[in-house]
Write a protein that binds this ligand. Structure first.
Ligand code: NAD
Ligand code: SER
Length: 322
């Protein structure tokens, strides 16, 4: 089979996607790549790993040709909070990287997966049950790069026939690799602090409502979309998908069912609060359900139970420096 390449493979999604793809397609058929050094025990270690900066077309092209890559899962990007701190770099990495990956894909006949985000919406978007096709005028650099990325992927499909596909992920919750500097990171940090200290100081307001998803469902979505029948895909590049919807206060209540003494207080970060306030409260993912059968497995209760169990095991064996 043609091989697959994952860019940004050492990040929150890549650390679990690489593992799942290797289980499905074979260890040697999945090439992990990143610009970070690979930590011991991370995703890339059991199979091929290449240093590749997605903003350098030659580096991506060399890996694609060396391994005869047929599909690129392009995860390398800066997330919303980091992108707001470094907007120029975010444009270079998020847009420059995607453009170069699409060019390499066009020249070498590769399919491309591109993850967009609820950050592709803005304050002018309907906030509740945000439709699949609606107003997208984001006010963050992250959102600007995500809308532009969706359009660029559409263009490469329409103009050049590149098999581009993608989803708009909500906040992702996981225990394998830490999140990379997003607005929804609180929903991961809260679990680490619940297990370690039974208390957490949250950087978003108690009633900030956002859609979320547990990482096993996110990985499932990527694989199912990339294996879906292309004839059924009307919205190729930017499917709304979601699994659960909560506020920090509601997540606290769910954690308290397992950690009764857990406490939360709030020191709101105005930058991340403004980003969260510009995003939808909830999104409508019926197009993904209809066009490729999207259905998540985890809700708030089952995700919370699994996160606490897995993190308790991980922190017990990992020591204090994780
Ligand atoms: P992450 O920040 O955890 O990982 C990104 C990886 O990209 C890092 O390992 C980083 O070293 C690498 N990287 C940065 N610049 C690079 C470059 N120039 N070349 C190659 N690699 C580079 O991010 P993630 O959470 O795994 O997200 C992956 C993708 O999914 C991003 O496009 C992100 O916007 C999108 N997404 C993530 C979430 C989420 O909650 N995690 C939600 C919506 C969308
Ligand atoms: N979790 C991501 C972020 O907060 C959403 O795209 O940046």
């Amino acid at each position: 089979m043609k091989k697959v390449l994952v860019t940004g493979a050492l990040g929150q999604i890549g650390s679990e996607l690489v593992r799942a793809l290797r289980e499905r397609y074979g260890v040697d058929n999945v090439i992990a790549s990143d610009i970070r050094m690979m930590p011991a025990g991370s995703a890339g270690q059991d199979g091929p790993f290449e240093y590749a900066d997605c903003t350098r077309q030659r580096e991506i092209r060399e890996v694609v040709r060396k391994y005869d890559v047929g599909t690129i899962y392009h995860l390398a990007a800066l997330l919303s909070a980091v992108a707001e701190e470094k907007p120029h770099l975010a444009w270079d990495v998020n847009m420059g990287g995607l453009y170069r990956v699409l060019e390499v894909a066009r020249q070498n006949g590769c399919a491309v997966f591109f993850p967009s985000s609820i950050g592709a919406f803005g304050p002018g978007t309907p906030k509740d049950q945000t439709p699949q096709d609606t107003i997208q005028r984001p006010t963050t650099m992250y959102g600007v790069t995500k809308v532009s990325g969706e359009l660029l992927c559409d263009y490469y499909h329409l103009r050049f026939g590149v098999d581009t596909r993608g989803v708009r992920f909500p906040g992702l919750i996981s225990y394998v690799a830490p999140p990379g500097g997003g607005t929804t990171d609180y929903a991961v940090e809260i679990f680490y602090e619940a297990v370690r200290h039974q208390s957490y100081t949250c950087f978003l307001e108690a009633e900030t409502r956002l859609d979320m998803m547990y990482m096993p469902d996110a990985v499932k979505a990527i694989i199912e979309l990339m294996e879906a029948d292309p004839d059924k895909l009307h919205h190729r590049n930017s499917f709304n998908i979601t699994a659960m919807n909560f506020t920090p206060e509601e997540l606290t209540q769910a954690i308290r069912k397992h950690v009764p003494g857990f406490t939360i207080d709030y020191q709101v970060d105005p930058v991340r609060q403004a980003i969260a306030d510009s995003w939808p409260d909830s999104i409508d993912d019926s197009a993904a359900r209809e066009e490729w059968g999207w259905a998540p497995e985890y809700d708030l209760e089952s995700m919370t139970a699994d996160m606490l169990e897995k993190l308790t095991e991980k922190l017990a064996t990992a020591g204090p420096n994780i």
